[in-house]
Ligand binder design. Structure first.
Ligand SMILES: [Zn+2]
Length: 498
């Protein structure tokens, strides 16, 4: 079989897979937004049936044959990236036996249900055996995917290919030290104000749509709806769904949720649609995805010029609401070490992630048992954040990730913050009037910059290489710390120690 023919056959399979993924995504989106309560059981069966079809397509022997036919052939850049992506996904999907897949699914469901009750009752011991069992199976799966690799590297590879545990150990240790210095510098300073005012949901929604439109979100290729927990989902670059949650008296929290998901959505809308069918029209990693959301949410959305523009938009829509830019800016940048990751400010957020990363690695290195997790968790919270959870519900049980077997996922959040700060630094040099534009709500050039440098690249390269193309040999940790000190040091009136 010739190269051209094998490639054409392979793209036909990928097109099918992409269409099925979109259909599956739509069932999941609907489940979290529109589905009536009693639809749950039926929906579970629909999702399981479609997921099975999808798995069969991905693992069909024909894919292996076609990849074999392309081995050692002269390929263009897109084909080479496509073949690399497919080799990886085919290996991951075919090496794990259906029996092990079934056992993991069952253990996930058990662990998730146990977690729901355990979190409600703050009762870690009833969750522990379920988590132990799930982690054993996850370890077993990592061993069959790549017996030579450290299991944690295999798990990381699922979310952030190209990033290793060894990289993260070094990066996170430096970051933890630097963030600790910032946190102790601001700790004794007066707290910044809270922006607290009642807003009706319809009014907030109008503001969210206006901000998303300014960012360049295309409402002809996407939707904004309500959900309990904000999320975004790309079914296709021309159909990207965002959801948000309106808090009646906390406009900044609602809005930052929409801006965050909007950043994810711009990435999905900006993918190279002409490369559908090659696997290249996909986001390069979870960390890179998160860099897009954090870039908009924090770097742009909590900046002083953005708050000036926002103040004007609030004043125009809600004449009775406080709309002073200084108040908005100070409230949007409060540092407040707390127990809960999803409520954390942008400084302490990374410390929440570092705690989880260190504990995950210890679990997979055999240096920590599941039973000892709560104690190790609480000790790290005290050491890194200066707070101790009063129970396991607000401690080790707070996140859903481990109960679903998602180990190696948390680092993506901090990778996103690291990438975002460096993107910002480069953008500031390349666009000298950046902040002037932001102050006027002229945000489209920012989207264009991200589109050219990140979105349109799809999976041509692994995320770390793509980031290097944009930022060069810069020190990502130093850039993030310098950005955080620059903004928060000024707000709190503290200087970075030299
Ligand atoms: Zn996100």
């Amino acid at each position: 079989m010739g190269t051209a023919e094998a490639w054409t056959d392979l793209t036909a399979v990928v097109r099918d897979v992409e269409a099925l993924e979109g259909a599956l995504g739509l069932l999941e989106w609907d489940q979290q937004t529109m589905m009536p309560r009693r639809g749950a059981a039926g929906r579970g069966a629909q999702i399981a049936a479609l997921a099975k079809v999808l798995h069969e397509r991905v693992t069909q022997p024909k894919v292996g044959d076609l990849l074999g036919a392309l081995e050692g052939q002269a390929l263009d850049e897109v084909q080479a990236a496509g073949v690399r992506n497919l080799r990886r996904s085919y290996a991951r999907a075919t090496r794990v036996s259906p029996t092990l897949v079934g056992k993991i699914a069952e253990a996930q469901s058990d662990a998730f249900n146990a977690w729901l009750t355990a979190k409600q009752d703050s009762d870690f011991p009833t969750f522990a055996p379920k988590l132990e069992k799930l982690l054993d199976l996850v370890r077993e799966r990592a061993a069959v995917i790549d017996p030579a690799a450290h299991p944690y590297d295999t798990l990381l590879d699922e979310f952030d290919p190209g990033t290793t545990m060894a990289d993260l150990r070094v990066t996170f240790a430096r970051l933890q030290k630097g963030l600790g210095e910032l946190l102790s510098a601001v700790r004794d300073h007066a707290e910044l104000p809270v922006y607290d005012h009642p807003f009706d949901a319809a009014g907030q929604r109008g503001l969210h749509r206006e901000v998303l439109t300014a960012m360049g979100f295309d409402f002809d290729a996407g939707r904004l709806d309500d959900a309990e927990h904000p999320f975004s989902l790309g079914l296709h670059p021309d159909d990207v769904r965002i959801t948000t949650h309106m808090y009646p008296t906390d406009l900044l929290s609602s809005l930052s949720g929409s801006i965050h998901e909007g950043g994810h959505a711009l990435y999905e809308q900006g993918l190279p649609v002409h490369l559908r069918g090659t696997t290249v029209a996909k986001p390069a990693s979870f960390g890179l995805h998160e860099s897009q959301s954090r870039f908009w949410e924090n770097y742009i959305g909590r900046s002083r010029p953005f708050c000036e523009w926002l103040g004007g938009r609030i004043a125009a829509r809600f004449p009775d609401a406080p709309a002073d830019a200084d108040l908005l800016y100070r409230s949007a940048n409060r540092i407040h070490p707390g127990m809960i990751r999803i409520k954390a400010d942008e400084v302490t957020y990374n410390l929440h992630i570092i705690v989880r990363f260190e504990l995950e690695v210890m679990l997979f290195d055999g240096k920590l048992t599941v039973r000892d997790l709560p104690e190790a968790w609480n000790a790290r919270y005290q050491e890194y954040l200066g707070v101790t959870p009063k129970n396991d519900a607000e401690g080790v049980l707070q996140d859903v990730h481990w109960s679903s077997g998602a180990i190696g996922y948390f680092p993506s959040y901090t990778l996103g913050n690291l990438y975002a700060a460096s993107f910002g630094k480069v953008l500031e040099t390349e666009m000298p009037d950046l902040w002037e534009r932001v102050g006027k709500g002229d945000l489209l050039p920012i989207r264009e910059w991200l589109r050219t440098n990140v979105h349109q690249k799809g999976t041509m390269k692994l995320a770390p290489a793509l980031v290097k193309d944009v930022v060069g040999e810069q020190d990502l940790v130093e850039n993030l710390l310098a950005y955080l000190w620059g903004r928060h040091g000024a707000l709190y009136g503290v200087k970075r120690p030299v």
